[in-house]
Design a protein around this ligand. Structure first.
Ligand SMILES: NC(=O)c1ccc[n+]([C@@H]2O[C@H](COP(=O)([O-])OP(=O)(O)OC[C@H]3O[C@@H](n4cnc5c(N)ncnc54)[C@H](O)[C@@H]3O)[C@@H](O)[C@H]2O)c1
Length: 301
């Protein structure tokens, strides 16, 4: 199959590309390298450096003729979205719309969209949260992911374009950038290995569902472990793996971040046959090992 992966030079997208190439698919990566790295793009994938806001999508689609489009490109910064919601919408909503329009014009068979189970549900949903819960995001980033899902549903209805919206939990693992704001495991590990104290935003009792990384189904699917882990507990486990007991500093809580999060992934098992394969302890061990190997980041094998 020919698969276009936007954001395929980034943390999650590059692992997705590796899996597609490993399964024998032909892959085109489109990435502007705003946070992605060229060394993470699988050598057997074609690479096009372009910004989705201006990329010549018709030329690319005409030439590569993708059958599946996997949209991972996004500005993944909750706090920046709070400070600049219009920028977030330009980067996360308008880019998806441009891609969806091109998919319709060029007869793409399926779209896979990286949504966020950690950001769209907001406060007050049952935990672990099923896809049937009513989402009420508390940040512009979460709102733009939810709007993206609405557009997918509308495009499916209007144009028959099938889609899956993968609502990822808080993903961590090798290649995650500690300079970003999203990856608490990467940020903590980077600081701990440098012998510095990380800052825990707020009291650290906020919880997350930490997820280590060609069906017919259409709609949203939670991708998570169902395990609720507080940031304090995560930090304790990480210290044990690193072999240090550096005390963390607590800073003020951050606007736009929800308090509790854990995803019910039973639909992923029923629809996709997917279930989490990596425990938190094992995932943290692999992440710390990757950090210890140091930069350049581990690229495709
Ligand atoms: N990391 C998480 O915990 C998490 C959780 C839920 C959902 N997601 C979603 O998964 C996807 C990937 O996230 P990630 O953590 O790998 O982040 P990332 O920043 O590593 O990946 C995003 C990639 O998109 C590229 N990109 C950004 N804007 C672009 C544009 N306008 N045109 C072309 N390329 C562009 C970046 O260069 C980068 O390579 C995102 O859509 C994100 O919202 C991530």
């Amino acid at each position: 199959m020919r698969i276009l992966v936007t954001g395929g030079a980034g943390f999650i997208g590059s692992h997705v590309v590796d899996a597609y190439v490993g399964a024998g698919h032909e892959v085109l990566v489109l990435d502007d390298l705003s946070t992605g790295r060229p060394g993470q793009v699988h050598p057997r994938a074609e690479f096009c450096q372009a910004d989705l806001r201006a990329a010549p999508l018709d030329d690319l689609f005409r030439r590569f003729r993708p059958e599946v489009v996997n949209q991972h490109a996004a500005l993944v910064e909750v706090r920046r979205s709070v400070a600049a919601p219009a920028l977030d919408a330009e980067r996360n909503v308008m880019t998806l719309l441009r891609v969806l329009e091109a998919c319709v014009r060029h007869g793409v068979a399926r779209v896979v969209f990286a949504s966020s189970g950690g950001a769209i549900y907001g406060e007050g949903c049952a935990l672990p949260t099923p896809e049937t819960a009513t989402p009420a995001p508390v940040s512009p980033y979460g709102a733009s992911k939810l709007i993206g899902e609405h557009y997918l549903r509308v495009f499916h209805r209007l144009h028959g374009l099938p889609y899956l919206a993968l609502r990822y939990a808080n993903v961590y693992g090798p290649r995650q950038d500690p300079a970003g704001e999203a990856g608490v495991v990467a940020i903590f590990t980077d600081r701990l290995l440098a012998g510095r104290s990380p800052v825990i935003n707020g009291d650290g009792e906020q919880t997350r569902d930490y997820l280590a990384l060609a069906p017919e189904a259409v709609g949203p699917v939670n991708i998570g472990t169902g395990q609720e882990t507080s940031v304090n507990e995560l930090y304790r486990q990480l210290c044990a793996v690193v072999g240090q007991q550096t005390p963390a500093v607590h800073g003020p809580p951050k606007a736009g971040e929800q308090r509790r999060s854990a995803l019910d992934a039973s639909r992923a098992q029923a629809w996709l046959g997917w279930r989490p394969a990596t425990s938190l302890a094992e995932g943290l061990r692999q992440s710390v090992e990757a950090f210890r190997r140091g930069r350049p980041w581990p690229g495709p094998e």
